[in-house]
Ligand binder design. Structure first.
Ligand code: A3P
Ligand code: MG
Ligand code: MG
Length: 364
């Protein structure tokens, strides 16, 4: 790193060797629900129970009721607002030790999906991304923004692609119930706005992390009531995938899907994934259980869990050392160029990339 131009580049290739970094088991410290109108409530009203069928040979039609699906509005621009609102209500719980100069204990605050994106970066050459960083009272908040290519993809989505995006939600409906031991009700129209989110706290090497993540289903034989027993919650991740017909498809699944599934699940301490394999017309025919630890072990030919974690650790260190000003002076925009490195641009607090709202910054 010699010239001033070079200082603004984070090289992807140099940043992932080494042993598995220390990572504390993530702890659930809170939760919220989002209803069908995207209103937030600080309860478990949207928590769903894992109620898989007894057999693995199934016939779940994911197109059932596809014309009455309620999708998220396209212009929804929530950024990290739900997480900030949770923090606003729970700041006492996560206050920093007075010996630090921070307001809150975590160094980094974000959604789990953003950390997944960072972790996949060394293996996902084609994907570009934009992550903005805002420093406030000693912590760095991270928020994902669409690239020009993301915007173009969204603008050009075909009806078939739209339907396929809804298949995953429909699958959840065949597996989850509102009460433990209940029967799934796949006749109900899916409302894709509804979700249940947890807040996790952990440490990756020296970085104290706090992140929110949407959870698919909880394993419990008993009805769980608010306040939920946070230390006992065990979640499962649900996924769909196309039926595999040859070695090339199996290799692609290990190389790409398994990496994403592992990152997403490992970050929230999930041990089990249930995958529904579907055909091209959206019928799930087979269910398969995967252990998250097996996924990492069996995919080593294609990617290493340690590399994903080391990359994340190194990138966060880079962010911590570059993000110096508070967000009322500077917002830091990191952009990963497809097949390239990560470039930093500093943008003013009046930019569209500024994402910490005035009400949040007014909290004392
Ligand atoms: P699949 O995972 O079966 O593809 P998640 O698995 O992360 O809980 O997401 C649930 C479902 O939301 C996905 O099911 C998919 O249908 C939809 N989904 C998630 N991320 C998406 C994205 N980036 N674009 C389109 N659909 C998405
Ligand atoms: Mg989910
Ligand atoms: Mg899922």
């Amino acid at each position: 790193m010699n010239s001033s131009h070079e200082q603004n580049v984070f090289r992807v290739k140099n940043s992932w060797n080494g042993n598995f970094p220390s990572f504390r088991r993530p702890e659930v410290i809170g939760y919220w629900s989002v209803n069908g109108s995207r209103d937030v409530s600080y309860d478990s009203s949207q928590l769903q129970y894992y109620s898989p069928p007894k057999t693995t040979e199934v016939r779940f039609d994911l197109n059932r009721g596809i014309n009455s699906v309620l999708r998220k509005p396209e212009d929804l621009d929530e950024r990290i607002d739900h997480l900030l609102q949770w923090i606003g209500k729970n700041s006492e719980k996560i206050r920093a030790n007075p010996t630090t100069k921070r307001w809150l204990q975590p160094n980094f605050i974000s959604y789990r999906g953003l950390l997944t994106k960072i972790m996949k970066t060394p293996y996902d050459m084609r994907e570009g991304w934009i992550i903005c960083a805002s420093k406030w009272r000693g912590s760095i908040y991270l928020c994902h923004f669409d690239t020009e290519a993301d915007k173009e993809d969204k603008a050009n989505i075909t009806p078939r692609q739209m339907a396929m995006c809804s298949w995953g939600f429909k699958f959840e409906q065949y597996i989850l119930t509102e009460v433990p031991g209940g029967s799934p009700d796949p006749l109900k129209p899916v409302n894709e706005c509804e979700e249940f989110d947890c807040v996790f706290q952990t440490r990756l090497r020296e970085h104290e992390l706090l992140y929110g993540g949407e959870m698919d289903g909880v394993c419990s034989d008993e009805r769980l009531r608010d306040p939920l027993p946070l230390e006992k919650l065990k979640f499962v991740e649900l996924k769909t995938s196309r039926i595999l017909e040859n070695d090339r498809q199996w290799m692609n699944m290990q190389r790409h899907k398994f990496l994403k599934w592992w990152c997403q699940s490992f970050l929230v301490g999930i041990e089990d994934i249930l995958c529904g394999f579907r055909d091209d017309s959206g019928i799930i025919r087979q269910l398969e259980n995967y252990k998250v630890s097996d996924i990492a072990r069996n995919s080593q030919k294609y990617w290493k869990a340690a590399a994903a974690m080391n990359f994340c650790d190194n990138f966060l260190r880079h962010v911590a050392s570059t993000v110096r000003n508070d967000c009322d002076r500077t917002v830091y925009k990191f952009e990963r160029i497809p097949n390239g490195d990560i470039y930093l641009t500093e943008v003013p607090p009046t930019s569209d990339y500024a994402f910490l709202p005035p009400w949040f910054r007014a909290i004392r």
